[in-house]
Ligand binder design. Structure first.
Ligand code: CP
Length: 320
């Protein structure tokens, strides 16, 4: 693997999941692989899980890990080419990314979308500037349109906990108070469409995801129908792709929050969420505190997802 920005960078997702599960059994088996290698983790937006799990994964491989919360601790970045920098921005991303590349062997970057300009967000304008200028392999820590480390952890979790060979996996929209990116559902859909699962997406009218991520999925506006016989239910809010970044008809959709009652027709479904989650808005207390929830297990698997990816990137560096 040369970089990790989407599922398209992975040759064999099943082999990657198997590798992650092996690392879970023996976390320190490759402590020598990362010796004298450094990863930089750059966050333009907040994080708990991605930051800590990727750092832990790097340490398990013997790497040094350096974190920069560039939004809070760094110079204010200029992202536009050709800008006359006579305003608040102090350093251009061209220099910032290139300098970071001088200090690290691998660079992780988190850059959320602005949710106002769809073309800019879906071209990954910010993330791709880091890729272009840093000169080292890049790992997505969640970009404007994708969160592949999360999706890999989700697939690891499903593989580990499934009780049938080909489980039914349902991605269901949930209410929220503010517009959220489409990165997690886009990415989850993209990975599930390549996995050996029966994949269904359910959401209210107006919340269709971009087709490039959902090809092969069954899509329905009927949540009850989708949840019937589900083995896994993945709960997530997202804002609309069209009109971009908006929340059409939100007041009508409070009943989309998942409850135990809604799971009666499921196959005793396990409930997933990438976290952080807003209790009793996106997901009820009764689900999160009850036996259906596997959200903590899922978050734990973020370490093994990151470790499997870093291992493959380090092996590629070694072979260069
Ligand atoms: N799921 C996830 O990416 O969590 P953080 O935003 O806390 O990293």
């Amino acid at each position: 693997m040369k970089q990790f920005t989407s599922v398209h960078d992975v040759t064999d997702i099943n082999a990657l999941v198997a590798e992650a599960l092996q690392l879970k059994q023996d976390p320190y088996a490759f402590l020598q692989l990362g010796k004298n290698k450094t990863i930089g983790l750059v966050f333009l937006n907040p994080s708990l899980r991605t930051r800590m799990s990727t750092q832990k994964a790097a340490l398990n491989l013997g790497m040094n890990a350096m974190v920069l919360n560039i939004d809070k601790e760094g110079w204010a970045l200029e992202l536009q080419d050709g800008a006359v920098m006579n305003g608040t921005s102090v350093e251009h991303v061209r220099e910032a990314a290139a300098v970071l590349g001088q200090y690290v062997d691998l660079l992780g970057v988190r850059s959320f979308p602005g949710l106002t300009d769809r073309e800019e967000d879906y071209s990954e304008a910010i993330f791709n500037k880091f890729v272009e200028y840093c000169g080292v392999p890049v790992i997505s820590l969640e970009s404007a349109t994708r969160h592949p480390l999360q999706s890999l952890a989700d697939l690891i979790t499903i593989t580990e906990l499934k009780t049938v060979a080909r489980p039914k996996v349902v991605l269901t929209w949930a209410p929220h108070i503010k517009p959220l990116p489409q990165a997690v559902p886009n990415s989850f859909a993209e990975w599930m469409c390549r996995a050996d699962v029966d994949f269904v997406i359910t959401h209210p009218e107006g919340y269709e995801l971009s087709k490039e991520f959902t090809l092969g999925a069954t899509i329905t506006h009927n949540q009850d129908e989708a949840l019937a016989t589900a083995d896994f239910v993945y709960v997530k809010n997202w804002s609309a792709y069209e009109p971009y970044g908006e929340m059409p008809g939100l007041d009508n959709y409070n009943n989309w929050m998942l409850t135990n009652d809604k799971l009666i027709s499921s196959n005793n479904a396990k409930v997933m969420h990438c976290l952080p989650v807003r209790r009793n808005l996106e997901l009820s207390d009764e689900i999160l505190n009850g036996p259906h929830s596997i959200v903590i297990h899922e978050a734990g698997n973020r370490v093994w997802a990151a470790q499997a990816v870093l291992k493959q990137l380090l092996e590629n560096l070694e072979n260069q």
